[in-house]
Design a protein around this ligand. Structure first.
Ligand code: FAD
Length: 436
């Protein structure tokens, strides 16, 4: 176990490098502890209990608002628990395993899991908050519904396994509570799927003013399509000219290449005119998909999300707001999903037929306020079509009202009870608001 006290050599490097992007909040834990295995996690939690110290757990630090970074207390870094092992079709994965590493380890065995869309995101925070990964809608709606059991360290320091049969309420919370989960996960037991062998993408670039025609078309396609086709509309600036543009991306994850080509070609024919791109669908693999990330750790970041049942209208609001985007690195993503369906009983309880995410990305610290205001203003503009938010990618620290909106009413009440039952002394407190 590796410990660094505030003020000691190496502390600031560890604190600051642990934050995935360049916007480094001024919050300083008293101590940063890096554990390498479950026994060390249990020891650290017991030491914190003996000292009456709160604990904030961290994986790769990809939470957009750094929920793991608190003033005072212990930061317990579990990014070193990164083992990946197969047991038949079950994957046993440490919370510190990166999405791309899990993906390639499983692919080598002919298997796949809906890992996060960004290579470096670790499975700990990703799965606890729900987890929207590759082909996620088809494979359980959220990654967390493929979590069959977890090894955890409880607030008391005791190590145990939780599942539908063992500590069912804590297992219920592990599937979606995100930063409100009140134990430390040291291993996930994951259901895997046969590796899709015919992944294909369709990509079309349009000018920004094509957004309303595209949203109407994609909403229609979304209602009737198969769930193994992902329909995405993105707003961004052309990397060379800086011109604002819309990008339509349709991804197929499956093994029926002929059917995919037929369906994607039909979609292309029905698409609004004026798009540019390759003449037909392109075959891809997950390595290539990970190489195309829209986000980068070299920039400063502010992000937010909504769930909606009025996806085309929400998309049009986002498109209008993009006309005033302050930084060319900023992206908006609209996911046209199939009709919002049934979710198993778990903390992960907010869903809609559309998901919108926007990520402000800039480099100049002097423009922080301007860029963050743009991110916030879009949330305000989208309010009339907002059903809820996604706990993994919503700014729950600067805008604490949004945390409550990540969960249904009943789930919120039950979460409070589970937290009282399993963490009566508040060893794992909720992330406090950040009034920046
Ligand atoms: C570039 C980028 C791309 C992303 N892509 C996706 C995506 O495709 N799909 C998606 O759903 N989300 C995505 N996210 C959001 C991401 O899933 C969440 O922010 C997630 O929390 C990050 O996981 P992490 O392990 O790095 O957690 P961290 O950021 O390190 O921690 C966040 C919180 O998770 C909890 N936590 C983490 N590990 C543990 C553990 N072992 N035990 C108990 N609690 C723990 C803690 O409460 C902590 O406050 C993305 C984020 C970024 C920055």
């Amino acid at each position: 176990m590796n410990r660094h006290l505030r003020g000691e050599a190496g502390y600031e490097e560890l604190r600051s490098n642990g934050i995935w992007n360049q916007l480094k909040p001024e919050r300083y834990p008293d101590m940063i502890v890096r554990a390498e295995n479950a026994d060390e996690v249990a020891q650290a939690v017991r030491e914190a209990a003996a000292a009456g110290m709160p604990v904030a757990i961290k994986g790769s630090g990809h939470n957009y608002t750094s929920t793991y970074l608190r003033e005072g207390g212990m930061q317990l870094d579990l990014s070193g628990l990164d083992t990946i092992r197969m047991d038949g079709e079950l994957a046993l994965v440490g919370p510190g395993a990166r999405s791309a590493d899990v993906c390639s380890a499983l692919n080598a065995e002919g298997r796949m899991f809906p890992t996060g869309h960004h290579a470096g995101v670790t499975l700990g925070g990703f799965l606890l908050g729900g987890g929207m990964g590759w082909n996620g809608e088809h494979w359980g709606q959220f990654g967390c519904f493929n979590v069959l059991a977890l090894d955890v360290v409880l607030a008391s320091g005791e190590q145990t396994t939780i599942s539908a049969d063992m500590h069912p309420d804590l297992f219920w919370a592990a599937r979606g509570a995100g930063p409100l989960f009140c134990a430390a996960v040291t291993r996930f037991y994951l259901r895997t799927y046969p590796l899709p062998t015919a992944v294909h993408a369709l990509r079309r670039v349009y000018p920004l003013d094509a957004a309303p025609a595209l949203s109407a078309w994609l909403e229609g396609e979304g209602k009737n399509r198969r769930k193994d086709f992902e329909l995405i509309l993105m707003f961004e600036s052309d990397p060379e000219s800086g011109t604002l543009q819309c990008v339509v991306l349709v991804l197929y994850h499956g093994s029926d290449g002929e059917m995919a080509l037929r369906e994607l070609s039909a979609m292309l024919e029905a698409a609004p005119e004026g798009g540019e791109g390759p003449p037909g669908p392109i075959p891809l693999d997950y390595e290539a998909l990970y190489a195309q990330s829209l986000t980068g750790d070299a920039r400063r970041t502010g992000a937010d999300t909504i769930w909606t049942d009025e996806t085309a209208r929400a998309s049009d609001i986002m498109a209008s707001h993009f006309a005033s985007v302050p930084s060319p690195g900023t992206v908006g993503i609209v996911n046209f999903r199939a009709r919002a369906g049934y979710l198993p009983d778990a903390a992960c309880s907010m869903i809609g037929s559309g998901f919108l995410q926007w990520i402000g990305q800039w480099t100049d610290a002097a423009t922080d306020a301007e860029n963050l205001a743009w991110v916030d203003d879009l949330a305000v503009a989208l309010e009339p079509v907002t059903k809820g938010c996604y706990v993994n990618e919503t700014d729950i620290l600067r805008r604490p009202d949004r945390l409550r909106r990540c969960f249904s009413d009943n789930v919120w009440k039950k979460l409070e009870k589970v937290r009282r039952d399993y963490d009566p002394e508040g060893r794992f407190p909720m992330p406090p608001p950040d009034p920046r």
